[in-house]
Design a binder for this molecule. Sequence first.
Ligand SMILES: *[C@@H]1O[C@H](CO)[C@@H](O)[C@H](O)[C@H]1NC(C)=O
Ligand SMILES: *[C@@H]1O[C@H](CO)[C@@H](O)[C@H](O)[C@H]1NC(C)=O
Ligand SMILES: *[C@@H]1O[C@H](CO)[C@@H](O)[C@H](O)[C@H]1NC(C)=O
Length: 586
Amino acid sequence: MSSSANLWVLLGLGLAGIVMMTRRLKRSIKEDFGAFIERFELLPPAPPPPPKAPHPLTGLTFAVADIFDINGYVTGFGNQDWMRTHEPAEWTSPVVSSLIEAGATCVGKTVIDEMGYGITGENKHFDTPTNPVAHDRIPGGSSSGSGVAVAGGLVDFSLGVDTTGGVRIPAAFCGILGFRPSHGSVSDTGIIPVSPSIDTTGWFAKDPIILRRVGHVLLRLPYAGLCKPRRVIIADDCFQLSKIPANRIIRVVTKSTEKLFGRQVINHIKLADHLASMVPSLKQLLKLNSNGDLKASSLKSLADAMKLLHSLEFKDKHAEWINCNKTAVGSCISAQLDASLNANDRHIDHCHSVRNEVRLAMNALLKDDGILVLPSIPQSPSKLNSKEVLSEDYQTRFFSLLAIASMSGCCQVAVPLGFHEKSPVSVSFIARHGGDRLLLDTTEAAYATLQEQADIVAKSNLSSSREESAEMAKEKGNTAFKEKQWQKAIGFYSEAIKLNGNSATYFSNRAAAYLEVGSYLQAETDCSTAISLDKKNVKAYLRRGTAREMLGYYKEAIEDFKYALVLEPTNKTANLACNRLKKLFQ
Ligand SMILES: *[C@@H]1O[C@H](CO)[C@@H](O)[C@H](O)[C@H]1NC(C)=O
Ligand SMILES: *[C@@H]1O[C@H](CO)[C@@H](O)[C@H](O)[C@H]1NC(C)=O
Ligand SMILES: *[C@@H]1O[C@H](CO)[C@@H](O)[C@H](O)[C@H]1NC(C)=O
C-alpha cells in the first residue's frame, strides 16, 4: 500500500471515530435532555409603568406539556399519528394565556406519554426525556418533558396534566416540586381530555415561591399572609407501601413540623382504616372484585376504582383510536396502550360513588387546617426499559398512593427531600378539596426547614433507621412466604440483608425460601452465613442439612442435623432427618 493510501485509511478511521464519538455523546447527553418537542417564544405584554406593581410572573420562563392548545401549533398528544391527523389549534388554552398575561414567557412544548395515559415517561413515538438527576432512570409521566425541563434548569416552571399521577410522579422521579390542585379548580378548556373526572392541570417548579406564585395566578387566589396547618397527620400505613425507608421521610417531616408549627400538631393515622369506615362504596367494589378484608385493602380498592374510571373515560373520549385498523383509519394508539384498556363499564356507577364518598371522607379528616403526609411514590424510579413497570404489582403500589388525591379531588404537592442511595426522595402533602392555598403556603413556609432536616438525616447515622427498615422488609418477606410467594419473599429478605447484613434470621429465612424454589446451593450458602453470625441458630442447621441432603452431601447433612439435635435435643424434625439419612447410608 502506498503512503497516500495509508493516509486515506487513517483519515477514514479518524472520521469514523469522530462520528462514533458524537453519536455516543448524543445518546448520553441529549440536547435539552430531550424535554422539548418544539421550541418557540410567546412573550408577555409589556409590564405596566411604575409606580404600578409589575406582573406577578415577570421574568419567568415556562414550558407546556403537548396536551394544551397553543394557537397556530398542532397539539400532538404524545402520538405521531394524532399529530399528523390534526390541524393546528386556533386559539390558546386559557391556562397558558393567563400565565403569559401574568408576565411569564412560554418557551415551548414538551414531551408527554402517549395520549397522556402512562406513568413512566417512556414513549414509543418520541425519545424518552432524560431524567436530569438520574440519567439511567425513567423520568416519570405522563408530563415527562415538563418535569425534565424544570429539573434540568431549562425553565422556571412548567405545566402538565395530572390524571393518575402525571405531575406528581415526574416531580418525585426528577427531584422537584409538583403541584396537583383541587379537581375542577383550574380551567380545563383547550386541553385534550384523558379522563375528565380525574384530570387536573398541574405545575412543576424547583422554587417553592415560584410554585406558589403560579398557583395564585392559576387559582386566582388573593395574596395574603401565609396560612399554617393546625394538624399534620402522618399516614403511617401509606409509608408501609413504600420501599424507601419510612424514617428517611417521617423523621424529616416530624423534626421540621416540631420546629415550625409545634409538636402538638403532629398526629398519626391509618388511612386505610379511615377510608374503610367512611367509604361504603369501596366495600361494594371490593365485593365485586374479591372477598378480601376491606381494612387491609381499601387503598388497593381505591386504586382499582381509579384505574377503572381512568380506562373507561379514556375509551369514551377516544373510542375511534382504540381497536382501530391502522391500514384503514391510518391512526391508532399503540398495542401496549391498547392492552391496558381492558376494563368494562359494568362498575362505572360504583366508581363515581367511590369518588364522591372519598372526597367527603378526606374533607372530614383534613377539615380546613389539616395536612396529610405520605410518600409521593412507593419506590425509586426504575431503570430505563425495565419490565418491572408493566407489572400489576408495580402499578397497584403506585396507584394505591396516587389514587388518594386523584379520586378524592383533594390537592396534593410532591416535595423533594434529597437523595437516598442516589435516587431522589419525595414526600407528599394533601389538603382537603379547596385547600390549595393552605397547601401552597405550607410548602413555601416549610420548604427550607425540610431541606435542612433532610440534609441532616441523610448525613447522620441512618444505621438505626436502616435496621428498622430491614425489620420491615423481613416482615414483608415473612408475609410473602406465608402466602407461598417464594420469589417475592426472597426479594424482601434480600432487601433486609442489604439494609442490615448482621442478622442471622434474614439469611436463614431467605434460605427457607431458596429451599422452596429448589435453589439448594444458595440455601446452603445463606445458612452458612447465618451460622457464622449465630452459632446457635437451630433453624439454619436444619435448613442447611436439608439443602445438603438435596445436593447429595449426605455426610455433611447428617452433621448438621446432629448438631441441631445437640442444640435442641427434643426436636423431632432433626431426629427424623438423622434417622432417615442414617438408613440411607447403611
Ligand atoms: C384493515 O383494513 C384493510 C383495508 O381496508 C384490510 O385490507 C385489512 O384486512 C384490515 N385488517 C384487519 C386486521 O381488519
Ligand atoms: C454509626 O453507627 C455505627 C453502627 O451502629 C456505630 O458503630 C457508630 O458509632 C455510629 N457513628 C456515629 C457518628 O454515630
Ligand atoms: C425443630 O426446631 C425448629 C427450629 O427451632 C422449629 O422451628 C421446629 O418447630 C422444631 N420442630 C419440632 C418438630 O420440634
